[in-house]
Design a protein around this ligand. Structure first.
Ligand SMILES: Cc1ncc(C[n+]2csc(CCOP(=O)(O)OP(=O)(O)O)c2C)c(N)n1
Ligand SMILES: [Mg+2]
Length: 106
């Protein structure tokens, strides 16, 4: 939640790959609140163009369009070196079914 640290990473010439899970929301907080029976409130947001945002810092930016593309994009980023931001559209809508209702309680 402190994306301006991209500046530090670029300035120090780090080899760093950052993943952004893009859901236009505070997704995990929504999921936890729902699991605890709270009403949903104020959790949806618009996102910036993260690829353009990364480039504005002098980092490389990419957005994946499929699960298969994630692997090739990450491999290329690690191979190339430098600072990369990889945007991954994510769908948390299965969380309740899989991770709450689908798991036996401890
Ligand atoms: C600087 C800062 N402010 C607030 C928080 C509290 N916080 C933890 S997770 C979260 C929501 C994160 O949303 P997002 O980055 O979109 O991740 P998602 O849960 O959607 O995957 C917040 C506000 C924090 N960790 N750091
Ligand atoms: Mg989010």
């Amino acid at each position: 939640m402190n994306s301006q640290e991209l500046e530090t990473a670029v300035r120090l010439k780090l080899n760093l790959v950052v993943l952004v899970l893009e859901d236009r929301a505070y997704g995990m907080i929504r999921w936890k609140q729902e699991a605890d029976g709270f009403a949903e409130f104020g959790l949806d947001f618009d996102n910036p163009d993260f690829v353009a945002y990364a480039k504005s810092y002098g980092a490389k930016g990419a957005r994946v369009g499929s699960a298969a593309e994630l692997k090739t994009t990450l491999e290329a980023a690690f191979r190339e070196g430098g600072v990369h931001l990889v945007v991954v559209p994510i769908d948390y809508s299965e969380n309740m079914r899989v991770l709450v209702h689908g798991l036996p309680s401890a």
